[in-house]
Write a new protein. Sequence first.
Length: 175
Amino acid sequence: MSDFRQSSTLISPTLDVMQSTTTFRIHPLTADQASHHRLAGGEIYIADSKPGYPCRRCLRDAEIGEELILVSHDPFERDSPYRSASPIFLHREECGNVVTETNVSGTHALPEQLTCRQLSVRAFDANAMMVDAAVIDGSVLATTIERLFGNDDARQLHIHNAGRGCWATTISRCP
């Protein structure tokens, strides 16, 4: 898994500007999880628009004409009242192009798939209990990650598409 470091400028209540960096890790579906979902089967779609069919393995929107499978995925690793499965798209065949793109400064950028949509960002503690949440435009995801991880209890963020509720990825705080 790749570490993603995002730097953002935040304005404090006194209007001073402070520079802050939170290191976090983005967890798309693993190859094993994706293979399991593909073998279990689901509805087959052919992408007819872009964006519109976000693959949760490679974190890219499918190109027009690519085949995807719609399956149900549970991103929780433990029981919780918040535990629920969400619909997700996967490329029908393994997509070997998992996001690892590095920008010029040497830090990693958030995948475009996450920054071009309205998102629901949910923060969970070590017991998988929700401690905060926000519905945002994806263009402010970096600052939202920074803000939510400002709560020391927040261990993981579940990112969902706000409109249809599809799970997009899980983001964890790096030690």
